[in-house]
Design a protein around this ligand. Structure first.
Ligand code: FE2
Length: 271
Protein backbone atom coordinates (compact mmCIF):
# COMPACT_ATOMS: atom_id res chain seq x y z
CA UNK A 1 0.00 0.00 0.00
CA UNK A 2 1.25 3.47 -0.83
CA UNK A 3 2.33 5.80 1.89
CA UNK A 4 3.35 9.46 1.73
CA UNK A 5 6.89 10.10 2.88
CA UNK A 6 6.78 13.77 3.83
CA UNK A 7 4.98 17.08 3.71
CA UNK A 8 7.07 18.48 0.89
CA UNK A 9 5.59 21.91 0.33
CA UNK A 10 2.81 24.12 1.62
CA UNK A 11 0.97 26.96 -0.11
CA UNK A 12 -0.74 29.99 1.34
CA UNK A 13 -2.97 32.57 -0.34
CA UNK A 14 -1.89 35.91 1.12
CA UNK A 15 -3.21 39.42 0.66
CA UNK A 16 0.07 41.24 1.43
CA UNK A 17 2.99 39.55 -0.29
CA UNK A 18 5.41 42.33 0.63
CA UNK A 19 4.60 42.00 4.34
CA UNK A 20 5.02 38.23 4.08
CA UNK A 21 8.38 38.61 2.38
CA UNK A 22 9.62 40.88 5.21
CA UNK A 23 8.26 38.43 7.78
CA UNK A 24 9.50 35.19 6.25
CA UNK A 25 12.77 36.34 4.66
CA UNK A 26 14.03 39.28 6.73
CA UNK A 27 12.85 38.10 10.14
CA UNK A 28 12.80 34.30 9.96
CA UNK A 29 15.53 33.75 7.38
CA UNK A 30 13.68 31.73 4.75
CA UNK A 31 15.37 32.04 1.37
CA UNK A 32 13.58 33.38 -1.71
CA UNK A 33 13.68 31.04 -4.69
CA UNK A 34 13.87 32.07 -8.31
CA UNK A 35 11.18 34.62 -9.09
CA UNK A 36 8.97 33.29 -11.81
CA UNK A 37 5.69 34.71 -13.03
CA UNK A 38 3.67 31.52 -12.59
CA UNK A 39 4.62 30.74 -9.01
CA UNK A 40 4.06 33.67 -6.61
CA UNK A 41 6.76 33.98 -3.96
CA UNK A 42 8.68 30.72 -3.61
CA UNK A 43 10.56 30.20 -0.36
CA UNK A 44 13.31 27.66 0.14
CA UNK A 45 14.53 25.79 3.21
CA UNK A 46 16.99 23.48 1.49
CA UNK A 47 18.10 22.30 -1.93
CA UNK A 48 14.54 22.03 -3.24
CA UNK A 49 13.12 24.77 -5.48
CA UNK A 50 10.50 25.61 -2.86
CA UNK A 51 9.06 24.45 0.43
CA UNK A 52 6.57 27.30 0.87
CA UNK A 53 4.61 29.02 -1.89
CA UNK A 54 2.85 32.33 -1.32
CA UNK A 55 0.22 33.30 -3.85
CA UNK A 56 -1.46 36.69 -3.98
CA UNK A 57 -5.15 36.57 -3.06
CA UNK A 58 -7.71 37.65 -0.50
CA UNK A 59 -8.04 34.43 1.55
CA UNK A 60 -5.09 34.87 3.92
CA UNK A 61 -5.22 31.17 4.59
CA UNK A 62 -3.92 27.73 3.71
CA UNK A 63 -4.22 27.10 -0.03
CA UNK A 64 -2.73 23.62 -0.48
CA UNK A 65 -0.46 21.04 1.12
CA UNK A 66 1.83 18.87 -1.00
CA UNK A 67 2.82 15.38 0.12
CA UNK A 68 5.64 13.39 -1.46
CA UNK A 69 4.50 9.90 -2.41
CA UNK A 70 8.01 8.57 -2.89
CA UNK A 71 7.32 6.85 -6.21
CA UNK A 72 4.86 6.87 -9.08
CA UNK A 73 3.67 3.41 -8.02
CA UNK A 74 2.93 4.69 -4.51
CA UNK A 75 1.04 7.67 -5.96
CA UNK A 76 -1.05 5.30 -8.07
CA UNK A 77 -1.81 3.12 -5.03
CA UNK A 78 -2.80 6.14 -2.96
CA UNK A 79 -5.06 7.39 -5.75
CA UNK A 80 -6.73 3.99 -5.92
CA UNK A 81 -7.24 3.62 -2.17
CA UNK A 82 -8.60 7.15 -1.75
CA UNK A 83 -10.91 6.59 -4.70
CA UNK A 84 -12.14 3.33 -3.21
CA UNK A 85 -12.86 5.19 0.04
CA UNK A 86 -15.07 7.62 -1.85
CA UNK A 87 -12.69 10.57 -2.25
CA UNK A 88 -12.44 12.35 -5.57
CA UNK A 89 -8.86 12.41 -6.81
CA UNK A 90 -7.99 14.24 -10.02
CA UNK A 91 -4.73 13.97 -11.92
CA UNK A 92 -3.01 17.35 -12.08
CA UNK A 93 -2.37 18.56 -15.63
CA UNK A 94 1.05 19.34 -17.04
CA UNK A 95 0.65 23.07 -16.38
CA UNK A 96 0.01 22.48 -12.67
CA UNK A 97 2.87 20.00 -12.40
CA UNK A 98 5.17 22.55 -14.03
CA UNK A 99 3.99 25.30 -11.67
CA UNK A 100 4.70 23.09 -8.65
CA UNK A 101 7.99 21.88 -10.16
CA UNK A 102 7.04 18.22 -9.71
CA UNK A 103 7.14 15.30 -12.10
CA UNK A 104 3.51 14.44 -11.49
CA UNK A 105 0.71 15.14 -9.00
CA UNK A 106 -2.87 14.28 -8.13
CA UNK A 107 -5.25 16.61 -6.32
CA UNK A 108 -7.84 15.75 -3.69
CA UNK A 109 -9.41 17.36 -0.63
CA UNK A 110 -9.40 16.24 2.98
CA UNK A 111 -12.63 16.13 5.04
CA UNK A 112 -12.05 19.72 6.22
CA UNK A 113 -11.90 20.84 2.60
CA UNK A 114 -8.16 21.47 2.50
CA UNK A 115 -6.62 20.98 -0.92
CA UNK A 116 -4.18 18.06 -0.80
CA UNK A 117 -1.65 17.48 -3.57
CA UNK A 118 -0.01 14.08 -3.82
CA UNK A 119 3.14 14.38 -5.89
CA UNK A 120 6.35 12.76 -6.95
CA UNK A 121 9.62 14.44 -7.95
CA UNK A 122 9.84 17.90 -6.39
CA UNK A 123 12.73 19.53 -8.24
CA UNK A 124 16.00 20.62 -6.69
CA UNK A 125 17.15 24.15 -7.45
CA UNK A 126 20.07 24.76 -9.75
CA UNK A 127 21.19 27.49 -7.36
CA UNK A 128 23.08 26.13 -4.34
CA UNK A 129 21.32 26.67 -1.03
CA UNK A 130 22.54 29.05 1.65
CA UNK A 131 20.57 30.63 4.51
CA UNK A 132 22.58 33.74 5.47
CA UNK A 133 20.24 34.65 8.34
CA UNK A 134 21.00 31.38 10.17
CA UNK A 135 24.10 30.21 11.94
CA UNK A 136 22.83 26.65 11.47
CA UNK A 137 20.38 25.40 8.84
CA UNK A 138 16.77 24.50 8.34
CA UNK A 139 15.98 20.94 9.34
CA UNK A 140 14.20 19.08 6.58
CA UNK A 141 16.16 15.85 6.00
CA UNK A 142 13.77 12.87 6.17
CA UNK A 143 11.18 14.97 7.99
CA UNK A 144 10.02 17.18 5.14
CA UNK A 145 9.24 20.89 5.24
CA UNK A 146 7.73 21.00 8.72
CA UNK A 147 4.45 20.34 10.46
CA UNK A 148 0.95 21.76 10.22
CA UNK A 149 -1.71 22.01 12.92
CA UNK A 150 -5.13 21.84 11.33
CA UNK A 151 -8.32 22.76 13.15
CA UNK A 152 -11.23 20.55 12.20
CA UNK A 153 -14.86 20.01 13.06
CA UNK A 154 -14.55 16.27 12.60
CA UNK A 155 -11.29 14.95 13.98
CA UNK A 156 -12.18 11.31 13.34
CA UNK A 157 -12.85 11.96 9.65
CA UNK A 158 -9.59 13.87 9.28
CA UNK A 159 -7.66 11.15 11.04
CA UNK A 160 -9.24 8.50 8.80
CA UNK A 161 -8.36 10.39 5.64
CA UNK A 162 -4.74 10.91 6.59
CA UNK A 163 -4.34 7.38 7.92
CA UNK A 164 -5.47 6.22 4.47
CA UNK A 165 -2.45 7.96 2.92
CA UNK A 166 -0.05 6.55 5.48
CA UNK A 167 -0.10 8.71 8.60
CA UNK A 168 0.16 6.99 11.98
CA UNK A 169 -0.75 8.30 15.40
CA UNK A 170 2.15 9.64 17.48
CA UNK A 171 0.28 10.71 20.61
CA UNK A 172 -2.35 13.05 22.01
CA UNK A 173 -2.46 16.23 24.06
CA UNK A 174 -5.59 16.98 26.03
CA UNK A 175 -5.38 20.19 28.00
CA UNK A 176 -7.61 22.91 29.39
CA UNK A 177 -6.03 25.99 27.82
CA UNK A 178 -8.60 28.42 29.23
CA UNK A 179 -11.37 27.89 31.77
CA UNK A 180 -13.80 25.45 30.18
CA UNK A 181 -11.89 25.27 26.91
CA UNK A 182 -10.23 21.90 26.43
CA UNK A 183 -7.95 21.33 23.46
CA UNK A 184 -7.92 17.68 22.47
CA UNK A 185 -5.35 17.19 19.73
CA UNK A 186 -4.05 14.12 17.94
CA UNK A 187 -0.54 14.18 16.49
CA UNK A 188 0.40 12.06 13.47
CA UNK A 189 3.58 11.22 11.62
CA UNK A 190 4.59 9.87 8.23
CA UNK A 191 8.37 9.86 8.83
CA UNK A 192 10.71 10.30 11.83
CA UNK A 193 9.50 13.85 12.56
CA UNK A 194 7.37 13.47 15.70
CA UNK A 195 4.39 14.93 13.89
CA UNK A 196 3.79 16.25 10.43
CA UNK A 197 0.07 16.85 10.94
CA UNK A 198 -1.94 17.50 14.09
CA UNK A 199 -5.71 17.78 14.30
CA UNK A 200 -7.96 19.23 16.95
CA UNK A 201 -11.59 20.28 17.15
CA UNK A 202 -10.99 23.99 17.62
CA UNK A 203 -13.15 26.93 16.68
CA UNK A 204 -10.99 28.65 14.05
CA UNK A 205 -11.51 31.34 11.41
CA UNK A 206 -8.62 29.80 9.42
CA UNK A 207 -7.97 26.41 7.82
CA UNK A 208 -4.63 26.26 9.60
CA UNK A 209 -3.65 27.14 13.16
CA UNK A 210 0.08 27.10 12.50
CA UNK A 211 2.84 25.78 10.33
CA UNK A 212 6.15 24.86 11.95
CA UNK A 213 9.63 25.34 10.50
CA UNK A 214 12.63 23.85 12.29
CA UNK A 215 16.24 25.01 12.52
CA UNK A 216 19.23 23.02 13.78
CA UNK A 217 20.39 25.41 16.53
CA UNK A 218 18.34 26.93 19.35
CA UNK A 219 20.43 30.10 19.04
CA UNK A 220 18.75 30.63 15.66
CA UNK A 221 15.39 30.35 17.41
CA UNK A 222 16.45 33.01 19.92
CA UNK A 223 17.77 35.34 17.26
CA UNK A 224 14.65 34.99 15.11
CA UNK A 225 12.58 35.60 18.24
CA UNK A 226 14.52 38.85 18.83
CA UNK A 227 14.11 40.02 15.23
CA UNK A 228 10.36 39.27 15.32
CA UNK A 229 9.95 41.12 18.61
CA UNK A 230 12.04 44.08 17.47
CA UNK A 231 9.86 44.34 14.36
CA UNK A 232 6.73 44.50 16.48
CA UNK A 233 5.28 41.25 15.14
CA UNK A 234 2.81 39.82 17.67
CA UNK A 235 3.66 36.51 19.30
CA UNK A 236 0.91 33.98 19.95
CA UNK A 237 3.24 32.00 22.21
CA UNK A 238 6.60 33.09 23.56
CA UNK A 239 9.61 30.78 23.87
CA UNK A 240 8.88 27.41 25.37
CA UNK A 241 8.89 23.67 24.77
CA UNK A 242 6.07 21.27 23.98
CA UNK A 243 5.72 18.17 26.15
CA UNK A 244 5.38 15.71 23.27
CA UNK A 245 7.75 16.66 20.45
CA UNK A 246 9.97 18.67 22.84
CA UNK A 247 10.35 21.39 20.22
CA UNK A 248 11.81 24.58 21.67
CA UNK A 249 9.94 27.26 19.77
CA UNK A 250 7.89 30.42 19.59
CA UNK A 251 4.77 31.20 17.59
CA UNK A 252 4.64 34.41 15.56
CA UNK A 253 1.44 35.71 14.05
CA UNK A 254 1.90 35.88 10.27
CA UNK A 255 0.63 38.79 8.17
CA UNK A 256 -2.29 36.49 7.30
CA UNK A 257 -3.41 35.98 10.90
CA UNK A 258 -2.54 32.33 11.41
CA UNK A 259 0.72 31.43 13.15
CA UNK A 260 4.15 30.28 12.16
CA UNK A 261 6.00 28.21 14.73
CA UNK A 262 9.80 28.49 14.60
CA UNK A 263 11.69 25.90 16.61
CA UNK A 264 14.65 23.64 17.18
CA UNK A 265 15.32 20.27 18.74
CA UNK A 266 12.18 18.44 17.65
CA UNK A 267 12.13 14.83 18.70
CA UNK A 268 12.39 12.02 16.17
CA UNK A 269 10.33 8.87 16.62
CA UNK A 270 9.63 5.46 15.09
CA UNK A 271 6.28 3.85 14.41
FE1 FE2 B 1 3.48 22.91 16.28
Amino acid sequence: MGRVTELGYIGFEVSDLAAWERFAVDLLGLVPGAREADRGLALRLDDRVHRMLLEQGPADDLAFIGFDCGSAASLDELRASLGAAGHTVVEGDAALAARRRVDRLAVTHDPAGNRVELYVGLACDAAPFAAPRLRSRFVTDAGGAGHAFLPTEDRAAMLGFYQAIGFRISDYIRQEVAPGMVVDAVFTHCNPRHHTLAFAALPSPKRIHHFMIEVADAVDVGQAHDRVQDAGVPLALSLGAHPNDRMFSFYAVTPSGFCLEFGAGGRLIED
